[in-house]
Design a binder for this molecule. Structure first.
Ligand code: PLP
Length: 454
């Protein structure tokens, strides 16, 4: 075994680590280098990075501009605390973000990543209702299969069964609506009918709880790690308008969809015609080079709880690294690259080709659904038509994504398997030739997996 694998087995606990195999995983990939859209493992294999790290390497690996910006900032001002002072880098980044958010979402709060952004946004809603004399507004609406992070609150509003079943969560005030995925709701004749059902379900849930008791709805515009679910047309806008009409806040969790993944700095307004009260972001803001997240909140929201309206309260929430200059400098450098290299245009050009080419995989009997938008997509495998005991099929179903992923490795591609789904969110610099490589590797991997299952 390699030294790195040995050390991993002795000392590391990874996110979503497989506990039955703790300390005994001899196949973990050791990644040692990245360049453009590729990563290299310690055996020298070159892999196209299908998930772009974890939905985050927007501008690709090995960006000297980001390295230089970080180094310069370290030497100029390595740290400053936003608890007591401000710095020019966080100020400029906040101004740039505000210039791209919808409506009057002009107030920016920085965190250390996506979970802390979600946590902070939810706590801001609690604070606002307490200040406004509506402390009974506690209920939170979210969806099955949503992923919103690993803090206590973030995990509580996450709808992935396996994630939330293992540890305790804040249950009494959290309500899960249906995942807006038509592939999993085949009973509806049309997308419009399905959307009407989802909105009715939302209205019914609000009525059941009492609108005056509901704090917010939190929703990813496109569910990411829940399987890249692109909701029916108009669903996001209708959800937002439905809750806001009852004085309920709408939080768009754009941790994945912001910073170019759907071809815009933020997707809420430009892609989904939605005007949230709060947008959370993280990941792609620094192209994944250093941790940074945050939220943008509307001026209207803040006016209601500041000045004389604050009733003397403070905003008692923050992190040592909130607005720290080094991550903010990395974010500005990544932003400049996206602008200078017209990377949003690349997403508009290569994104549709990526989606179209991936859909050619539907002719493989193992493929149940291919879905996605912009630079995010999922291939969902199905064992329909296969015979065997329920247990056997279930076991295979759980393994199927990992089987496809293993074969993809052999053909130079990394995908992110989750049960029976392979998720892709490549770097935004992807070329059409790289799309062709990716789809060919997927095709070969799917065909070999199908063969193994026969
Ligand atoms: N929200 C969404 C939509 C995410 O996809 C994620 C992470 O995948 C998070 C929040 C949590 O972000 P982080 O892992 O940076 O804490």
């Amino acid at each position: 075994m390699s030294k790195n694998r040995d050390l991993f087995n002795k000392h590391l606990l990874h996110p979503w680590g497989n506990l039955p195999e703790l300390g005994e995983d001899e196949s973990i990939s050791v990644i040692v280098k990245g360049e453009g859209a590729y990563i290299y493992d310690e055996e020298g294999n070159k892999l196209l990075d299908g998930p772009a790290g974890m939905w985050c390497m927007q501008t690709g690996y090995g960006r000297k501009e980001i390295a230089d910006a970080i180094a310069k900032q370290v030497m100029e001002l390595g740290y400053a605390t936003s608890f007591t002072v401000t710095n020019p880098v966080e100020a400029e980044l906040a101004q740039r973000i505000a210039s791209q958010t919808p409506g009057d979402l002009n107030r920016i709060f920085f965190t250390t990543g996506g979970s802390t952004a979600v946590d902070s946004a939810l706590r801001l809603c609690q604070l606002a209702n307490n200040i406004k004399g509506q402390p009974q507004r506690k209920h939170i609406l979210t969806r099955e299969k949503a992923y919103h992070g690993s803090t206590f609150l973030g995990a509580s509003v996450t709808g992935k069964e396996r994630d939330k079943s293992a540890m305790d969560v804040y249950q009494d005030y959290v309500h899960f609506l249906s995942v807006p995925c038509q592939y999993h709701h085949p009973d509806f004749d049309s997308e419009a009918d399905f959307c009407d059902f989802l909105i009715q379900e939302l209205e019914d849930k609000i009525a059941e709880l009492g609108p005056e008791n509901v704090m917010c709805m939190i929703a990813e515009p496109v569910l990411g790690s829940g399987g890249v679910v692109v909701p029916p047309a108009d669903y996001n806008r209708r959800c937002c308008e439905t809750v806001q009409k009852h004085g309920i806040y709408y939080i768009a969790d754009e941790v994945v969809t912001a910073f170019g993944r759907l071809g815009h700095w933020f997707a809420s307004e430009k892609v989904f015609n939605t005007s949230p009260d709060i947008i959370t972001f993280a990941k792609g803001i620094t192209s994944g080079y250093v941790p940074l997240g945050g939220y943008a909140v509307s001026d209207k929201f803040m006016e209601a709880i500041s000045g004389d309206n604050a009733k003397g309260r403070i905003y008692s929430n923050g992190y040592t690294w909130s607005g720290a200059p080094v991550p903010c400098a990395a974010a500005l450098a990544s932003w400049d690259i996206i602008e200078n290299e017209k990377i949003l245009d690349n997403v508009h050009e290569v994104g549709p080709y990526f989606q179209e080419q991936l859909r050619t995989l539907k002719d493989i009997p193992l493929v149940g659904d291919v879905r996605g938008i912009g630079m995010m997509a999922a291939v969902e495998m199905t064992l329909q038509g296969h015979t065997g005991s329920r247990e056997d099929l279930l076991a295979k179903d759980y393994a199927i994504g990992a089987m496809v992923d293993d074969y993809c490795h052999q053909f130079g591609l990394l995908v992110r398997p989750f049960i029976n789904v392979c998720i892709m969110s490549p770097p935004l610099i992807l070329t059409k030739a790289q799309v062709d490589d990716l789809v060919l590797a997927m095709r070969k991997a799917l065909e070999l997996t199908l063969n193994d299952l026969r």
